[in-house]
Design a protein around this ligand. Sequence first.
Ligand code: 6PG
Length: 239
Amino acid sequence: MADRLLDSDLGVRWLPVADGDELQRTAYLRILDAAERAIRERGNFIIVLSGGNTPRGVYRMLRDAHADWASCNVYFGDERCVPAGKGERNSTMAADVWLAHVPIPKDRVHPIPGELGANAAALEYAATLRTVGDFDLVLLGLGEDGHTASLFPNHEWGSGPDAPDVLAIFDAPKPLPQRVSMSAARLSRAREVLFLIAGESKRDAISQWRSGANLPATAIQPNAGVDVLITSALLQHRA
Ligand code: 6PG
């Protein structure tokens, strides 16, 4: 990995990698390391997954990893409101490429019940989270507009102290419009937050983030700050 750049005042550690392959390998190792540490220290690993294309290859690698799957608990940062099993669902993608292929107990995987519609699903997922403490690791992506999970610019992000854990979203600016998302406050209750960012389309959002803009991604503020694994070209000025 290239040298670590630290924007300490924003609580962001930019971790440049050469390309998508290195990003996947590095993320894979970080996830296994976080799992091993959490299980050793607390007997349990609580991870929150993101959707999107960027983590797909990482999830695929985890399918062949040797881990204490029976001690892992999987939650989702956001979901689209379509029936269970539909390809648009983040829970379907994660199951197809990873979770259905490892011996993780079914009752330790907690999909957001998007099939109920945004309001009911948000309420039910908030109830699911009520007894869950801080997450060990939250994985997030970044959209071209600075969105993360299903928290979009000019929408409610749930970043205040009284924010609910889960938000119902009805007019997301990208398909599908009806979604459910953990709030920025709940996503921030984590020992580690790791963004995975690749692709030229993210360049503008990155430069806005680095110049201090108020974006959904910047509302994720865990005590320990966030780590951003990013292909290094996105941190360089366009030629
Ligand atoms: C989702 C996400 C979303 C995603 C970003 C980046 O459910 O789609 O959680 O926030 O992470 O849009 O997506 P890519 O990895 O596909 O660029």
